[in-house]
Design a protein around this ligand. Structure first.
Ligand code: 13P
Length: 338
């Protein structure tokens, strides 16, 4: 398969990406909230339960894994990447080494992980990965994000994406403008515009073939502490407008992060965006919390109740699958609850 074909498979209409690449530290927080011990056995048990659910075939085009998980063998027989491929999705891997304090700035980060990346990519390819993810993080405040943060994170994303294509995998380019703060939706629009522009500038300098990439952006939303709430219609309009202005048309797929939105909000907003999507971008989800929150709750109640955990996950995957077609509705959510 060409990189363009892989990118289109990951974002195929009706499907999206499951971001199950929480680092051991992040999954510790998720498990703490449900009183589950953060040990390898439990992490494998939760994840393989999702990867083996019936929703995989119909609604999931790709799964992003963490380093530990891509090396694991499922207790069901195949290795984790084999299990994912068998169920019709493309296995992928998070390759950045996390957002680290940015020297010269206060309270901003730059994502690290370029040293030794070429060698790690070769290993991941041999383990079955066909795409990768790198997340840059931007904070909004009166003085942030700084030019320094926008430029250094974009530079790293450009070099990362070039190395990944050299290794014959599709890079997911993830510049995440955080929802934290009291800024309004227009400020988010402005910052997202600046961030996307600098990222595509660097991808061009680094000769990245955009047809073989996927963008994973934030939606354009007001800060979580902003008093002026926005309707899903406004979020959809501004998000699509921002993407059409700032993402080159060669990019085949755009897969949003959920970024702290609730499960319902992230489905509803994605649905509104697809209802008005008049671009050629395949617009879908690459959710972590937006896909897993209910399933995690069930796992917390009883780790061995595979049926209930899968039922919760299947439902969220189905709802988001419908949102990629603009066919989601509150009534369908209610039907499931009943
Ligand atoms: P959330 O959907 O929970 O924001 O996670 C997506 C992700 O992969 C962030 O890097």
């Amino acid at each position: 398969m060409t990189l363009n074909e892989i990118a289109k498979k990951m974002c195929a209409k009706g499907k999206g990406i499951l971001a199950a690449d929480e680092s051991t530290g992040t999954i510790a927080k998720r498990f703490k909230s449900i009183n589950v011990e953060n040990i390898e056995k439990n992490r494998l048990n939760f994840r393989q339960t999702l990867f083996n659910s019936s929703a995989m075939k119909d609604f999931i085009g790709g799964v992003i894994l963490f380093d530990e998980t891509i090396r694991q063998k499922s207790t069901l027989g195949p290795s984790i990447p084999e299990l994912i491929s068998k169920n019709g999705a493309v296995p992928g891997i998070k390759v950045d080494k996390g957002a680290k304090p940015l020297a010269g700035s206060s309270n901003e980060t730059v994502t690290e992980g370029l040293d030794g990346l070429r060698e790690r990519l070769k290993e991941y390819y041999d383990l079955g990965a066909r795409f990768t993810k790198w997340r840059a993080v931007y904070r909004i405040s009166d003085k942030f994000p700084s030019v320094q943060s926008i430029k250094s994170n974009a530079h790293a994303l450009g070099r990362y994406a070039a190395l990944v294509q050299e290794a014959k995998m599709v890079p997911i380019v993830e510049p995440e403008v955080l929802m934290d703060g009291s800024h309004n939706i227009d400020k988010c629009f402005k910052v997202t515009t600046e961030v996307l522009n600098e990222c595509y500038n660097e991808l061009e300098i680094n000769k990245v073939d955009l047809k073989g990439t996927v963008l994973k952006p934030n939606m354009v939303v007001p800060g979580s502490d902003c008093k002026d709430k926005s309707s899903a219609e406004e979020i959809a309009k501004k998000t699509l407008d921002c993407l059409k202005r700032n993402v080159p048309a060669d990019v085949p797929g755009i897969a949003f992060l959920s970024g702290g939105q609730s499960e319902i909000e992230s489905s509803k907003n994605l649905n509104e965006i697809n209802k008005i999507n008049d671009s050629n971008f395949l617009i879908t989800f690459s959710y972590g919390r937006g896909l897993q929150a209910s399933a995690l709750k069930e796992f917390g109640k009883n780790q061995d109740n595979i049926e209930n955990i899968q039922k919760a996950f299947n439902h969220r995957a189905k709802m988001n699958g419908l949102s990629t077609k603009g066919k989601w509705s509150e009534e369908l959510e209610k039907e499931f609850a009943a």
